[in-house]
Design a protein around this ligand. Structure first.
Ligand SMILES: [Mg+2]
Length: 410
């Protein structure tokens, strides 16, 4: 019987930090998994290196579900981003190995393709309306068929989702912030100013681009349920594809209030880790899209269970896919998205060239659709030489304060 012979933890920083697991079997097969937790990378690296790798040696690499349960139940301390990102990386690596051994892409092991490719959205943004229009046009020229729109807010400086270059002129928001440094940078926030301004932006965008283009927006956890309902209602004339993270959903019942106020489609879950975080949201149909990443939600095995549960309630996927998900995590999302019936849309920001020199990918983006490709396994290879050229360096997501200095959700 083939056994797990080594579990390596690879840290690299080709412009941003990535944590990757590589499992090698006694037969010489290798598999990759993404364990990147933006801003807290070393905690996951230690969890894997010090507590997971030693206990997996000698295990059967084909026993994916059993290994998942061994790491989840066996830790005694369940859930949480560090634990679930660690389990996710091992899970992805074992699916990668299973595919390579079978000579099949992972989506074939999950039941096969349900569609030709995955509808994808990109990130448009700008300080002023003309820059937002330019940014949307850039995305349409690249082939995107759906676009997220984020805007600066009058009176505030740098805010979430708008490129620093865009604040001073044109420029594309093509990164998820990972600001190098030993402390987080600080941003400023005023929810009422944001709520007054945003509908004027969507009115202008709809006026310019017409009724067909799917438009998305991310509220990034900043509103109360009442505010979220008010904003959702104000945006209804502009027919959004979704309003994302309109309020922090740690209290799942709070989404009942939002639903009472607006019929706006809602997407939530990029900071969730397990099926339990979705229980009320799904069974009461309080959301329309599951935003989890394979990387932060226990891997393909666990996110597939969440999506099967969600399918009973007509809730679809909208998997998290900014550039702090490594190409390995992104590939895992594409294989899962291709194989589930209740796929909705996939977030996609192209990784930087230095990142793609470390991670050699085989997924494709054409006519606005992503496809994971047909290479056996996940279809991503890790270049050790390129990876070793960039060591870990500290970087943090920003923090966010109200204008009087009170800490707010970023
Ligand atoms: Mg988001």
């Amino acid at each position: 019987m083939s056994t797990i012979e080594s579990v390596e933890v690879l840290l690299t920083n080709p412009g941003r930090n990535f944590v990757t697991v590589r499992i090698t079997t006694s037969d010489g097969a290798t598999g990759l998994g993404d364990a990147t937790l933006n801003g807290r990378e070393l905690a996951v690296a230690s969890y894997l290196r010090d507590h997971v790798a030693p206990i997996l040696i000698g295990h059967d690499p084909a026993a994916i579900e059993g290994t998942w349960q061994y790491l989840y139940r066996g830790a005694y301390w369940r859930r949480g981003p560090v634990t679930m990102a660690s389990i996710a990386a091992v899970d992805m690596a074992l699916w990668d190995i299973k595919g390579k051994v079978a000579g099949l892409p992972v989506y074939q092991l999950l039941g096969g393709a349900v569609r030709r490719g995955l509808l994808t959205y990109g990130h448009a943004s700008g300080a002023e309306i003309p820059q937002i229009f330019d940014s949307i046009r850039e995305h349409l020229d690249e082939g995107y068929r759906a676009v997220r729109v984020q805007t600066a807010v009058p009176g505030l400086g740098q805010v979430y989702g708008v490129s620093a270059a865009g604040a001073s002129g044109s420029g594309r928001y093509d990164y998820e912030p990972a600001r190098p440094g030993t402390r987080p940078t600080e941003e400023q926030w005023d929810t009422r100013a944001y709520m007054r301004h945003l509908p004027t932006v969507f009115e202008a965008v709809r006026g310019e681009f017409g009724p067909e283009l799917p438009l998305l927006h991310d509220g990034h956890h900043r509103m109360t349920p009442n505010q979220a309902g008010q904003l959702g209602r104000a945006l209804e004339p502009y027919d959004l594809f979704w309003l994302e993270d309109c309020t922090p959903a740690e209290n799942q019942q709070s989404l009942r209030r939002v639903r009472d106020l607006t019929s706006q489609p809602l997407a939530i879950g990029e900071i969730f880790n397990s099926i339990w975080d979705y229980q009320t949201l799904i069974t009461e149909q309080l959301i329309d899209y599951v935003r989890s990443a394979v990387t932060h939600t226990g891997g393909i095995t666990h996110l597939k269970k969440i999506m099967d549960f969600a399918s009973l309630y007509q809730i679809k996927s909208g998997f998290h896919g900014p550039t702090d998900i490594s190409p390995v995590g992104q590939a895992a999302a594409l294989h899962l998205g291709l194989a589930i019936h209740n796929f909705g849309i996939q977030e996609y920001m192209r990784h930087s060239d230095p990142t793609l020199e470390v991670f050699h990918t085989s997924y494709t983006f054409a006519d606005g659709l992503l496809h994971p490709g047909d290479v056996p396994g996940l279809g991503v290879e890790y270049d050790d030489q390129a990876g070793d050229a960039h060591g870990y360096s500290p970087a943090y997501l920003p923090v966010n304060r109200l204008t009087d200095g009170t800490m707010h959700d970023w």
